[in-house]
Design a protein around this ligand. Structure first.
Ligand code: AMP
Length: 391
């Protein structure tokens, strides 16, 4: 279904309220990783260049609703944003009576989760936010799966509401994977647990041509196919789910694996054939022959979806499977989309970002979208096509 897009609005001289995802990691009161700020900049610059008066709203961390926790103030984010934009980004804590925006500066509202009604989508808070703007711009894909006052309520209450370029790009990239992918569509799903990605795996089993599993998830599939996995992380209660998925779609099983008796930075990995894992050993990565075969499969794909590492990639001796697959995805001719959890950290570690067609900024939202769920903030924008003025 269609959603209104910022590019279709004339925002010259108008007040825009942009919901950004500026939920960045902080260390010693400073922004430790600016990826989310960097991703927000083009939209903010677009609004400024178009002559709009710009107010930004975001959450940071998880303060107790209604509690003003100074450690979760957006102050360091305002500073980093101002440095990047080359203008003053004024942090406004009390905006009950509005937040005056000059033509040359940008206003950032203090952490919206300091407001008691944010996470409960309180209509009064949504109306207060709506009163700050002529046009509400939803651009925070990373929080689009949450029905909060600053994502859903304000999109309903504002005079006009639309998706910003980042949200639109995210939906376009994921739509290209799920709706009409160039085939074959190969999904690479790694990470720790099947249970956290159950809905994603079930949904992908309907649209993908094969699912390459890795990490603890692969261990559960190995268990389901009758292999001994020793002391590996696996979920015995998810074995039936794994079997069901394997009957529906091709899930190649590792032929060799890397093991250790403890997850320890100095302990070297041991190469084992799939059926030779000792009872005291843990499978912590796929082996080199498996990585080579899976890389060949990825090289022939038309579309690749990449979510989750194939092993404990934080330790180099168990990172080879993730490295080889990440490099294969990056050098494939396929359209590739990566996102969720540690995936982007792995892409950065192995320096393959340039080869990935699209890197999603969403974690939970990325997984929920892949699982076929409707994102509440996107649904709210879809309703604005039908009923554009509900103020
Ligand atoms: P997730 O957040 O579900 O994507 O899981 C990512 C985490 O899974 C990373 O911290 C990895 O170290 C971990 N992981 C990957 N493979 C394994 C494995 N075979 N055993 C235990 N943990 C793993």
């Amino acid at each position: 279904m269609a959603i209104p897009l910022l590019r279709d609005f004339d925002i010259r001289g108008k007040s825009v309220l942009v919901r950004e995802d500026l939920n960045v990691p902080l260390e010693d009161g400073r922004v430790a990783n600016s990826a989310r700020i960097d991703a927000a900049l083009p939209t903010i610059r677009h609004c400024m260049a178009a002559g709009a008066r710009v107010t930004l709203v975001s959450h940071l961390g998880r303060p107790r609703p209604g509690e003003r926790n100074p450690a979760l103030s957006l102050k360091p984010v305002a500073k980093a944003l101002g440095d990047a934009l080359g203008c003053t980004v004024r942090l406004v804590d009390d905006w009950r009576n509005g937040a005056a925006v000059g033509s040359a500066d940008v206003v950032l509202l203090e952490n919206i989760r300091f407001e008691a009604g944010e996470t409960t989508n309180d209509p009064a808070l949504a109306r207060r936010l709506a009163a700050l703007c002529d046009v509400f711009v939803m651009d925070a894909f990373g929080t689009a799966h949450r029905a909060h006052a600053s994502t859903v309520g304000v999109a309903e209450a504002a005079g006009a509401a639309c998706a910003g370029p980042l949200l639109a790009a995210e939906l376009h990239a994921l739509g290209r994977v799920l709706d009409d992918p160039a085939r074959p569509l190969v999904a690479v799903v790694g990470g720790a647990k099947v249970s956290t990605k159950l809905a994603v795996l079930e949904s992908l089993a309907h649209v993908a041509d094969s699912i390459i599993v890795g990490g603890g998830i692969a261990n559960t599939f190995l268990l389901a196919s009758g292999s001994q996995i020793g002391a590996s992380l696996a979920e015995a209660d998810q074995v039936d789910v794994a079997r069901r998925i394997m009957t529906r779609i091709e899930v190649p099983m590792p032929v060799d694996v890397m093991t250790a008796t403890a997850i320890d930075a100095v302990l070297p990995g041991r190469l084992r054939l799939r059926d030779e894992v000792g009872s005291d050993e843990m499978v912590l990565d796929i082996g080199p022959e498996t990585a080579r075969r899976l890389a060949d499969q990825v090289a022939k794909a038309g579309t690749v979806l990449f979510n989750g590492p194939l092993g404990v990639f934080e330790l180099d001796q168990f990172g080879e499977g993730t490295r080889v697959l990440a490099e294969a995805i990056a050098s494939a001719d396929a359209y590739s989309v990566a996102g969720g959890g540690d995936t982007l950290a792995a892409i950065e570690k192995y320096g393959v970002g340039e080869g990935i067609s699209y890197q999603s900024t969403g974690g939970g939202a990325f997984l929920e979208y892949l699982a076929g769920e409707t994102l509440p903030a996107v649904a709210a924008l879809e309703r604005r096509i039908v009923a554009p003025h509900r103020k």
